[in-house]
Each structure stands twice: as structure tokens, then as C-alpha cells.
Write a protein that binds this ligand. Sequence first.
Ligand code: GLA
Ligand code: ZN
Length: 677
Amino acid sequence: MSEQLFDRILYGGDYNPGQWPREVWDEDMRIFEKANINTATVNVFSWAKLQPSEAVYDFSELDEIMEMLEKENYDIVLGTSTAAMPAWLSRKYPDVNRTDFYGREHKYGHRHNHCPNSPSFQKYAKRLVSKIAERYGDNPHVKVWHISNEYTADCYCENCAREFRVWLEKKYGTIEAVNEAWNMDFWSHTLYDFDDIVPPSYLGDGISDNMTAFAGIAVDYKRFQSDSLLDNFIMEREAIREFDQTTPVTTNLMGAYKGLDYFKWAKEMDIVSWDSYPSYEPDWAHVSMMHDLMRGLKDGQSFMLMEQTPSQQNWQPYNSLKAPGRMRVQSYHTIAHGADTVQFFQLRRTKGGCEKFHGAVIEHVGHEETRVFREVAQLGSELAALGDQLIGARSDSKVGILFDWDNYWAFEFTSGPNVDLYYVNQIQHYYNALYKKQVQVDMLHMDSDFEAYDVIIAPVLYMVKEGVAEKIEAFVEKGGSFLTTFMSGIVDQSDNVHLGGYPGPLRDVLGIWVEEIDALAPTAHNAIASASADVLEGQYQGVLVSDLIHLEGAESLANYASNWYAGMPAVTKHQYGKGTAYYIGTQADADLTAQVVQLLLNEHDIPVMEDVPAGVEVTTRTKDGKDFVFIMNHNDTAVETTLDYTGYTDLITGENLTSDLALKAFDVRIATRILTN
Ligand code: GLA
Ligand code: ZN
């Protein structure tokens, strides 16, 4: 699939005219036009209407909706409607309903809850999607297929149990190999037959989503459920491909959602799309990291912002309004990090159900004389003026952070050493250090091309699977700078410890070994002092865990300065081949983290911006020899900066930019210029 999938920024969003009387539709068309809305995502939740009973399919309403949108030249994002099942399906074929972690068989209701291994779901979903694809597959207005909606794991029913056994047999071959992988001599868990295998629900070896008696089986079950839903996605995609071989296919993802291995999923998707709903107290570094993760899923390819709210949400504990200007800067922020679309959930606010308090382009009042509409229209005209200049632009970076769902699962399933260890928080801790210095980051996976980067940071690389240590060694040997932390190199793909001292296969490259891992309760911290004053300055703190490190070729940059292990190394550096490998044995405070990260950046002269005011972000995309520097003020107050963009033009206003750029509250500038070499 080519990089530039669209010829304009898709601007619009979820549209559910089927939930409204016909006369409202004309009004919708009139109002959307005023906002430069050019796309509608339809048919996401319409199965009940499309197939009112097992034998009857009815496309009359969807035909009318499509015709209306075609007439107005909309780009259509076409849903497949399989994320919410019709009542008849659930009643007649109860195997479509899930069994939850606690072993409770669910009844009809809700959405995002089919059993992925239900033969009835597979049969009827496939049949429905085939009919939709047959009918609309050659429609030139359909720009993207939107399969299902926000796929969500897990099911523990008998069909899943049966398929889990098949999945395991394929992976391990023999029951002996399963016993070995899960270390089943522990607690006399030896399995004699694949039929002995029970999904790790609460009724089996599971305790909760973060606790298990056997991490081996728990992690494999996560992999299996992710694969099962992915098979559902592939099944729908193939049904579409029978009738339409070219239109890109996506499904809307949810950032760092734990249930699905999105890197594996992205390989099957033509374009990544995701739904961005920052909390009521947005942490913009976190939102940035989520966008970068979504862009990283397909190695830098642009993504779609499939959903955001124009103002309000309904499902947060506190659903604050987006103050005037906030939605605009948030939209540009998404584009800055790699989006080629800006889409809302939803275009007209529903009158009933749990989303009646969820914001929309057209509010309950029903007309366009609203603050929210005016802001949507303003942004619409700006995006229309940008044309396709930014579509497919890249966000190149020399710094990568490793993110891995196997690690996410295994790390959070560990029993000990500290219950407060959360994977995404640890990744975010390092992302923040770079974010504060305005250093652009690519989120990497285990198969990424490491050698395209100068610096790779792999926080809590707990599970080191086959080949990964060798890849890291090769990266460092050739001159790369690598940083990892406590709780790294501990287990293999089945969650069995790499024996011979931590950090297992990373020992050589790091030049250390870790003898013990201390845990610190929430109120405790260790003092840390520089061991080499010309490299690190000052006194710091470490929390959560403390590794008791021995040097095996590495040098200590900082030592613990309190506790009975005071004097032992806390931060180390190892020269390995042409590169360096750093290790931080505790959760270092922001200052120490920033200083260590800076050491890696210095080794490659990677530029940083230290004096940008808090809440201001500078992010660049590049296309056709042109730089697009997004300068965004997330603050609700004006700020003065020392940013100098003399020689650049603002892409939005056409203004020539200068030094000491002043930014209004929620301001956005896109500084652009033609690159000289
Ligand atoms: C999700 C769903 C939408 C809608 C929104 C509301 O992202 O995909 O259908 O429920 O949340 O925020
Ligand atoms: Zn199931």
C-alpha cells in the first residue's frame, strides 16, 4: 500500500443517521458542509438493522445513507457492524456470548463482547461482512474499511478452552514441551494430556488480570486471545478482499490497551487508526507517547485519528469541557505526531443510551449556533486549506524506545518484587525525559531495524526472547547507545528465569551482574550520589526497586548513598565495541533520569531544547524536502518563548515567523521551510 492513502485530510467522524428520522439527515448535510466536514464513518453499529433475523438481510437504509453521502462527495469510512451483536443471534446461538474471567456465562447485552472462538459468531459475522463487501466493495467513495470496533479481549468459555489447546499444540508440539515451558513441576502441576489444560481464569490458575499462579500459562493465554481476535479481524478482511482488493482496511485501536498485541495486529492492517480520549486532566506527554506508539505500529506510517470528542466525554469520572481552543490544538497535536485524519465521535449527539452526555459536532439543541460547532467549523476550514501537504509526512527520529506486549503482560503478572510496577508507567518515565527536551521518539518493537537509530532505550526489558540480546549487542557493538533498567533480562519467552545471574542474556553487553533486587515500599526511597563528578552532578533519589549490582567491566556513574547497600552501583556505563550500554538499577528521579538520558544523546550530538516553557511542545514532520515544525501551546495561558523560527513561514496563517515566538493560549504554529540539502 502506498504511503499517501488520502488526497486530503479526512475531517468528520462517526455518523449514525440510522438512529434519527429522515428529516434530520438533510439538516445534517447542510450543517456538516458549513464545517468543511468531508468524511463520515458509517455502519459501525448496525447489525440489528442489516440482519433483523437469521434469514433476512435488509440494506435499504444503508443504501440510502451511502447515496446521500455520495451525492455530497463524502469520503466514506465503512464499518462492518460486527462489534455489537443482534439480540436474535445471542438468543439462538448462545456460544456467541462470552464467559468472563470469573467463569460467568454472559447473556445478551452491551457490545465488544463476542467470543472470538464461537463458530456461530464466525459464521454469521463472515456472512454479514461478505454481503456488505459485495454490495459496497466497488464504491469509489469508500476510502477505508473499518472492521468491528475497539476489539477487546478476553473470553474463558469452552470453545476458547478447546481452541487454546489447539493453539498450544501448534506452538509446543507435545504436552511435555508445555510442562517444560510453564515449569509445571512447580506445585505438582504436571499435565498428562492437552485435555488437562484449563484456561487461566479465576476458576483455574488465574487470580486477577495482574496476578497468576503460573505466568507461563497466563502470558500464553494473553497471546492466544490476541491471536483469536486477530483471526476474527483477518476473517473479515478476507471477506472484504473477495470483493475489494484495494481499499485500505483498518480497525480502531486504543493506544496502549493491554489486551491485544498491536504490533502483531498492525502487520495485518493497511493503516493504523486509533481513538484518542485524554483524561480530564490531560498529560500531554502521555498523549504524545500514545500517538507515537500508534505511528510506530507500522514503522512510522501515518495513522488515522478515528475518534476524539469535540468537547465532552461521558465515561470518565469527571467529564470536563474542552475549553475554547483546546480541541484545535489537540487536533494539530495529533497531526504533528503522524495523523492524516481528524475524526470525531460523533457528528450528532445521541438522545438516549449511555452516550447521551458524550459531546458531538451537533449538540442536543440541534442547530449549528453553538460554541463547539464554531470551533469545529474553524478547524475544518483550516484543514481544508492545508490540502494534502501533510499527508504521509514522516516523523523521523534517531531515538527509539522499545515497547513490547509480551513484556507488558509478563512484567505485570510477576509476583514480586513490588506490586507497584506498571509497564506503561516505566516506559513513560523515560519518554518524559526525552519529551521535556523536545526530542522526538519512535516507539520500536523487537523486529524494528535497531540500526536505523543512534539511541535505544528499553525500560524494564523483563522478558528477553530469542535473538533479542544478540540484536542489542550488534546495535551497541556498531556504535549505538543503549539504556535499560532494573527488571531487565530476567525471563525467557515462557517466563522462566534466564539462569546464571541477572540480567541474563544482557549481562555481557551491560558489563554487570545483579545479585539481589530490593523492593521499596511507597514511602521509602534510597539516596543516590554521583560516583564520577565529571559525568553526573548532584544527589538523587531512587524508588520502587534497587538492584544490588556488581561491575563486570562496566563503570559506576552513581552509587546508592543510603541503606545497607550504600556504596554499591546504582547507575552503570559499559563500553561495548564502538558503543555504550547504560543500566539504571532503580526508578531514578526525573533529574537523574534526564542526566543519564542526556549522556546517551551527547554521544550522537542529538539536539535538545532545554528552555521551552512547560506545556509547549515542538514536533516536526517532514515531506518532500519540507520541514513542518509544529509549535503547540497546551497551556490555557499565553507564553513567551525564546524559540527562533526566522526564515520560516506559518503554514496556517502565512505569516513570516521571527525569534522569541510568543504563543497565545492553546496556540498552534506550523513553521515551514524548504530544506536546503
Ligand atoms: C469509543 C467507541 C465509540 C464511542 C466512544 C465514546 O471510542 O469506539 O463507539 O463509544 O468510545 O467515547
Ligand atoms: Zn470464548
